[in-house]
Design a protein around this ligand. Structure first.
Ligand code: ZN
Length: 457
């Protein structure tokens, strides 16, 4: 059983000195002791903080970053970007998907994400037909996670319609579509196959209210909770104003309002984006116990809008961050832009925690650890007994961090540019990044280049 020792570490009780971590054979922390002796433990050369959960990713989109940045003939929006994305994914093979995911996960790990929730909607082959195994593409994502060492909450997506009111899916959406029965068969099989793996959790993701009709949505949530009573449920909601208008026309309710009225939103749920809400929706969502899944770099890239963070926090709301389209692969960039968005719109500063003297970076970091862990449904996000031994070691000699301590060190990490001070990363008690190097990175990059070359051909 490994044990580790750090001169400084961020624990649930705050910053502690001379901390010793004991890890069991399963990769869980069994003891975390401050003011301890290092005897026999592996010394961590830096400041130990919990690994960050990434609560929303579509791995394949990593390979199309930058391909949606040309102006179109009639102005561009989320919807024209989505057409580019649909053309891109139409060509992906299982090997491509695994290679892109592995490259992404290496990058996420190297920046301090130690677990990811993959909102996985590619199920069918390019013709829309089934693979020999229904779980082919899900298993490719799990294989990429296993090879790179990142923790995985896999959320197979339920996708059946192209618009509110049961409009049939388009040809471009044929790789996503499963009947409710096929979908639940896939979920149950994945749960059975991976139930003993401490690094994996299976949940579900009804794609959105426009893609998951009410009967299918209710049936899927009921069934998944009969398989696993605490399984995570994630859904995209209110990302675009057009979606809000369409939902109002269909039901007389706004998307978040509809979810709050028609389903039992609770701590198992993660509402991804929830950008466009009234004050009343914001308050009710905050009180529900569900997590807001915020993806500021993608939301900025797609022109979605700004989440009402300060009102949501005043209502007691909880959030985590996600890399979503993976135009950025660092938790720091999400947290920074989350705060900057609020600053730009309010023309004020230090908005994530307005208690006098509170550190903005530390507040953002702690809240997104807790919210991300809840959304991923795994024992992560804190350096405490019973949690996974997911530890990120920051280099205190890095120019971005030198001379900084405690919360100020987190402020400097989050608000000082793009140089990466993550030195080592431990997941489930094992080093996956050492001195900035992931042992799988050369192989992952070679496979990734092959996939990108083929996709460009
Ligand atoms: Zn998404």
């Amino acid at each position: 059983m490994p044990s580790y020792f750090a001169e400084q570490a961020l624990l649930p009780t705050g910053w502690a000195a001379r901390v010793r971590f004991e890890v069991d054979a399963a990769g869980d922390l069994t003891a975390v002791t401050a003011n301890a002796a290092p005897d026999g433990a592996t010394r961590l050369h830096g400041v130990a903080v919990p690994g960050m959960p990434d609560l929303h990713s579509h791995a394949f989109q990593r390979a199309m970053a930058g391909l949606g940045e040309r102006a179109g003939p009639r102005g561009d929006s989320f919807w024209s970007w989505r057409d580019v994305m649909y053309r891109f994914l139409a060509k992906l093979t299982p090997d491509d998907i695994e290679a892109i995911a592995a490259q992404l996960y290496v990058e996420l790990l190297k920046h301090g994400y130690t677990a990811v929730a993959e909102f996985h909607y590619l199920h069918n082959d390019p013709t829309g037909g089934p693979y020999e195994s229904r779980g082919e593409l899900s298993e490719r994502i799990l294989a990429a996670a296993g090879a790179t060492g990142i923790g995985m909450t896999l959320l197979p997506v339920l996708y059946q319609t192209s618009q509110f009111g049961g409009k049939p899916p388009t040809e471009a959406q044929r790789r996503f579509v499963l009947t409710t029965e096929e979908f639940l068969g896939l979920v149950e099989k994945l749960m059975q196959r991976h139930r003993r793996d401490r690094q994996v959790r299976i949940g579900i993701a009804p794609h959105s209210l426009r893609a998951a009709p009410p009967e299918a949505l209710h049936a899927a949530v009921r069934a998944v909770h009969s398989f696993d009573a605490s399984a995570p449920v994630h859904i995209h909601v209110a990302e675009q104003t057009r979606e809000v208008e369409d939902c109002l026309a269909w039901s007389g309710k706004r998307p978040v309002e509809w979810l709050l009225d028609e389903t039992q939103i609770d701590r198992r749920w993660c509402l991804v984006h929830a950008t466009h809400m009234t004050a009343d929706e914001t308050k009710r969502f905050a009180a529900s116990g569900a997590i807001a899944g915020l993806c500021p770099t993608t939301e900025g890239n797609l022109g979605d809008g700004l989440f009402p963070l300060t009102a949501f926090l005043e209502g007691g709301g909880a959030f985590g961050v996600g890399s979503d389209s993976n135009v950025a692969t660092s938790p720091v960039e999400e947290l920074r832009w989350l705060e900057y968005g609020q600053r730009l719109i309010t023309r004020a500063r230090n908005l994530a925690d307005r208690t006098e003297g509170a550190s903005t970076g530390a507040s953002l970091f702690r809240r997104s650890l807790a919210g991300g862990a809840q959304a991923l449904g795994r024992p992560i996000g804190a350096l405490a007994p019973g949690k996974r031994a997911d530890i990120v070691v920051l280099d205190p000699d890095h120019p971005a961090l030198y001379g900084r301590n405690g919360d100020t060190l987190l402020d400097s990490w989050i608000f000082s540019g793009n140089a990466n001070p993550v030195r080592d990363v431990i997941v489930g008690g094992h080093f996956v990044v050492r001195d900035g190097v992931h042992p799988h990175e050369e192989q992952a990059l070679a496979d990734y280049r092959r996939a990108v070359k083929r996709l460009g051909a």
